[in-house]
Design a protein. Structure first.
Length: 127
């Protein structure tokens, strides 16, 4: 059993690191594209005599990209926290009820901090 757990943790750790890389790439890409749009938008405002139009569309797209970037940053923070729990030996335990989170769930959501019933309860309470 111990080696199964160790193997599971090792593969979760690999998965977390892979996801971390991909979210960091999302942050970099979205931020870079948003900056490009900012520059283009500034030029557009100077050149465009009519005012409205494409500049606004660019602003919306830029804001969307910045939201994507900040959400990706949050995911990276969650993943870092999960990696910390792997190191600390507390990985895979529900933060609310303390029960083990099923491996099947952790394989889908490796950074999960709550079991399904606590997660469902939490989102219901929020409404
Ligand atoms: Zn729970």
């Amino acid at each position: 059993m111990t080696s199964t757990t160790t193997d599971f943790l090792a593969s979760q750790r690999r998965e977390l690191l892979a996801r971390r890389e991909s979210y960091l790439a999302d942050v970099a890409r979205s931020t870079a594209t948003a900056l490009e749009l900012t520059e283009d938008g500034a030029n557009q405002d100077m050149a465009d005599e009519d005012g409205f139009g494409e500049g606004d569309t660019l602003n919306v797209e830029r804001d969307r990209l910045l939201v994507v970037a900040s959400e990706a940053k949050e995911r990276v923070a969650e993943i870092d926290a999960a990696l910390g729990r792997v190191e600390a030996g507390t990985y895979g335990r529900c933060e609310a009820c303390g029960k083990p989170i099923p491996h099947a769930r952790l394989e889908v959501v490796p950074e999960a901090t709550l079991c399904v019933s606590c997660k469902t309860g939490a989102s219901l309470r929020r409404k």
